[in-house]
Design a protein around this ligand. Structure first.
Ligand code: OFO
Length: 165
């Protein structure tokens, strides 16, 4: 059974994961409209993954005797000056999500809720990977600069990251 404090904190994370899914869906649409097919596919996959992150928490809350609350969501940013700005936003958002997971882990320790603490370790590991991936993509974008040929290859190569696992 989870405490009210943990239930509220987990529900806040449900909203953050749902908003993450919307943020990346908006990025997928922007990229698709610009003809960046590989980037669009990558963002669609990111969006799907965030929905899975959200669902895992929803199910956990309900299984542990709490009530998952499905809330209203903040509208995502839908336009970007360029694809670098978009990936910078993805990176910064993942850093924000990691901080939020850390806060959540901290609350479970204060509440002596070791079951939820254990459950959240998956998210801690996931955030290490997501931040590393976002940084690696930004490094590639910085290498390309304004080179159109580079952008073409980047759009093709990023598709390799879209294999579902
Ligand atoms: Fe990419 O954030 Fe979920 O956990």
């Amino acid at each position: 059974m989870i405490s009210k404090t943990v239930e509220i904190a987990l529900n806040k994370q449900v909203t953050i994961e749902a908003e993450s899914s919307q943020i990346y869906l908006a990025m997928a649409c922007w990229a698709e409209a610009k003809g960046l097919e590989g980037v669009a596919q990558f963002m669609y996959k990111q969006s799907d993954e965030e929905r899975v992150h959200m669902l895992k928490i929803v199910k956990f809350i309900n299984e542990r005797g709490g009530n998952a609350y499905i809330s209203e969501l903040k509208a995502p940013n839908v336009s970007f000056n360029n694809f670098k700005e978009m990936f910078q936003e993805l990176h910064d958002h993942e850093v924000f999500v990691s901080e939020s997971i850390n806060d959540l882990v901290h609350i479970t320790l204060q509440e002596r809720d070791y079951a939820t603490h254990n459950f959240l370790q998956w998210y801690v590991t996931e955030q290490i990977e997501e931040e590393a991936q976002a940084r690696a993509i930004l490094d590639k974008i910085n290498l390309i600069g304004d080179d159109k040929g580079g952008l073409y290859l980047f759009d093709r190569d990023i598709q390799q990251l879209t294999v579902y696992n």
